[in-house]
Design a protein around this ligand. Structure first.
Ligand code: KIV
Ligand code: ZN
Length: 453
């Protein structure tokens, strides 16, 4: 069955940049924009050209550098903004002016101090002006989800008549619930004249932690563009996270039968690059690209993972650009993972010695959070002289050393070392990767099962 195509509009360089501490200079924006292009996003919102000279240059630079994606620049609904946006965008192969104006009574009364009638006229005039400069015009009624729906429909109809080609529906303050947001998108499609001729887009914020759920609900209700950011950065609690939306559709095509042009293997590299540029780390338990997203500490889980990763992973780490799953050695770990890590460090023990190391390991793990390799080597030394240790053969030692070095991200394996990214997933040797000889098999098996290839 044909899957509907969802356009991915990345606003990391605009809305994402509005998060405290996330502003980027021209070079940084260009670097990230190239990664977004490699990743295959459809639209890159490169900035807000009137905001500063730097942002103007960044939009101009991205526009000149990337011929494939649509390059958007943001403008308030007024002439100076729109003219400035166009000056920055006009060198793009595929430019888009993105005009926005708040439409909720709260914003009209307290922020803009204009009537609904003035708002409607301003939106229409602004879109008309943008359209006279650029054929691709997106209009966003800011705070749409707290706008009187009847007034929202009027504004949307007026902006379609004025030439808007995409209508973006922002849940600006992250207030909506998924069912409600889906109903809003549905009613726009049913009630707004001309809505079938334009692309409906969703732009969700995460104030209640529902941005991705709302974005997916909007897609199911007929939105065909989704606005999102890498690592979910953005104003306040952030925007809908690009990697989560893309992987939700990829992992669950039975429920979300849509496709995007995103190369999922580039998700982790993009996340790492953004984090490196902004200096803002990704929370460890962040879905898809967090440090713990493919880490397993509990003994039962580690045992399952070693038998078959399908037991505890719904996607392969490789499918999102993460080098490997990681078994973290902590107080919940079991003998199976401990034995594997010992082997990767060059030691193989019989059951009795391993039991003794395990006993010491559990005592230590109770006191410290993660048992790292140097701790483990100390424990091994403590039990080293006892009978029963099986010294590795020279060949085994060499193989194990390679494995340990690979686990630390210093592998000579072509695939890992050729890429500029991902940066090594394990840098402090605090966990074991799955046995190397079985990784390829596991991945192939897991991919087949997960995506029914
Ligand atoms: O959240 C919002 O309303 C916005 C608009 C400018 C689209 O970012
Ligand atoms: Zn926003």
């Amino acid at each position: 069955m044909e899957r509907a195509r969802i356009a991915v509009f990345d606003t990391t360089l605009r809305d994402g940049e509005q998060s405290p501490g996330c502003s980027m200079n021209v070079q940084e924006k260009l670097r990230l924009a190239r990664q977004l292009d490699r990743m295959g996003v459809d639209v890159i919102e490169a900035g807000f050209p009137i905001a500063s000279e730097g942002d103007f240059e960044a939009v101009q630079g991205v526009a000149a550098a990337l011929p494939r994606p649509v390059i958007a620049g943001l403008a308030r609904a007024c002439e100076p903004d729109i003219e400035r946006a166009w000056q920055a965008l006009k060198g793009a192969a595929r430019p888009r002016i993105h005009v926005f104006l708040a439409t909720s009574d709260i914003h009209l009364q307290y922020k803009l101090k204009i009537s609904r009638r003035q708002c409607l006229e301003q939106a229409r005039d602004a879109v008309r002006l943008a359209k006279s400069l650029c054929s691709d015009v997106e209009f966003s009624p800011e705070d749409a989800t707290r706008t009187d729906p009847e007034f929202l429909f009027q504004i949307l109809e007026a902006t379609i008549e004025a030439g808007a080609t995409t209508l973006n529906i922002p849940d600006t303050v992250g207030y909506s619930m998924p069912v409600e947001f889906a109903e809003l998108i549905q009613s726009i499609r049913q009630r707004v004249r001309g809505a079938d001729k334009v692309v409906i887009s969703a732009h969700c914020h995460n104030d209640l932690g529902l941005a991705v759920a709302n974005a997916l609900a909007a897609i199911a209700a007929g939105a065909r563009q989704v606005e999102c950011t890498i690592n979910g950065i953005g104003e306040r609690a952030g925007n809908a996270s690009l990697e989560e939306i893309v992987m939700a559709m990829r992992v669950r095509p039975d429920r979300y039968s849509y496709e995007t042009g995103v190369v999922s293997e580039q998700l982790y590299p993009a996340s790492q690059m953004l984090s490196e540029i902004t200096g803002i780390p990704v929370q460890p338990n962040k879905a898809i690209i967090g440090r713990n997203a493919f880490a397993h500490e509990a003994g039962i889980h580690q045992d399952g993972m070693l038998k078959n990763p399908l037991t505890y992973e719904i996607m392969t780490p490789r499918s999102v650009g993460v080098p490997d799953s990681r078994l973290v050695l902590g107080k919940h770990s079991g003998r199976h993972a401990l034995g594997l890590r010992c082997e990767q460090l060059g030691y193989r023990f019989d059951r009795r010695v391993l039991d003794e190391i395990y006993r010491l390991f559990v005592i230590l793990a109770d006191q410290i959070k993660h048992v790292q390799d140097h701790h483990l080597l100390d424990l091994i030394q403590q039990t080293n002289s006892g009978p029963g240790r099986i010294p590795p053969s020279p060949a085994e030692s060499r193989a194990a050393a390679t494995a340990a070095s690979a686990a630390a991200g210093h592998s000579g394996r072509g695939e890992r070392s050729q890429k500029p990214f991902p940066v090594p997933f394990v840098t402090d040797l605090d966990g074991a990767t799955l046995p190397l000889n079985s990784i390829a098999e596991h991945h192939a098996e897991q991919e087949d099962y997960l995506w029914g290839v």
